[in-house]
Design a binder for this molecule. Structure first.
Ligand SMILES: O=c1ccn([C@@H]2O[C@H](COP(=O)(O)O)[C@@H](O)[C@H]2O)c(=O)[nH]1
Length: 237
């Protein structure tokens, strides 16, 4: 059996409104990718955007990165799952009790929604991390938070694909690695620091590749998606 997820692309729908997001989505079929709704689109359109996307047959990662006290976070996670999302997330640095409580309330309510935790944002480098008071390298901090997330029983982490080999060696294969900061050779890095190409990310052990602007801001988004699909197919052949 292949270790590769059949359909690893998650397109980040970082659009300012539902109309623009749906105009893009209407050019896609669910077999090609999953979709991610983040803070901008969700804050502007609310849970109805998740319903509209799931009605079209897409699996939706609701990327709201909750970070609060355990009770507040757990209730927010429950609300996110109630929207019909396939995957939801919290910040691992919110701590073990917050992650455990969120998972317990999710499963207690009968949801099988994937719950994952953000380790170190892919936009951060070592210096930026130090400025927040963390005197570890991004890789060390990702390892630490991923281990904590796994001990708390969550389904996986958000990290850079730069950390994928290290995490694959240390954690069970079933623990999902969701990796933003994906940059095909044709795309600008922008505000991302810890970037990896789509093909390399899969070779190194990513389960899902979160890709936004390289597709959505491309002159021809469907051509950009097709190029990325071609790169993925070439590493799998
Ligand atoms: O560490 C993280 C966690 C989340 N993201 C999100 O992924 C996408 C990436 O978009 P690009 O346009 O491909 O940079 C975006 O929605 C972020 O909020 C992340 O980049 N890094």
């Amino acid at each position: 059996m292949s270790l590769f997820t059949e359909n690893p692309i998650i397109v980040a729908l970082d659009y300012p409104n539902a109309e623009q997001a749906l105009a893009f989505v209407d050019q896609l079929e669910p077999g090609r990718c999953q979709l991610k709704v983040g803070k901008e689109l969700f804050t502007r359109s609310g849970p109805s955007i998740v319903a509209a996307l799931t009605k079209r047959g897409f699996k939706v990662f609701l990327d709201l990165k909750f970070h609060d006290i355990p009770n507040t976070t757990a209730q927010a996670v429950l609300a996110a799952a109630d929207s019909g999302a396939w995957m939801v997330n919290v910040h691992a640095c919110g701590g073990r009790p917050m992650m455990e409580e969120s998972l317990a309330r999710l499963r207690g309510a009968g949801h099988d929604t994937l719950l994952i935790a953000v380790t170190v944002l892919t936009s951060m480098n070592e210096q930026q991390l130090r400025e927040t008071g963390v005197h570890a390298t991004p890789a060390e901090q990702v390892m630490h938070l991923a281990a904590l997330t796994e001990q708390a029983g969550l389904d996986g982490v958000v990290c850079s694909a730069q950390e994928a080999i290290m995490l694959r060696e240390a954690l069970p294969r079933s623990f999902q690695l969701i990796t933003p900061g994906i940059r095909p050779s044709f795309a600008a890095k922008g505000d991302q620091q810890r970037v990896v190409t789509p093909g390399q990310a899969l070779i190194d052990g990513s389960d899902y590749l979160v890709i936004g602007r390289p597709i959505t801001q491309a002159e021809d988004p469907m051509q950009a998606l097709a190029l990325i699909e071609g790169e993925i197919a070439s590493v799998r052949s």
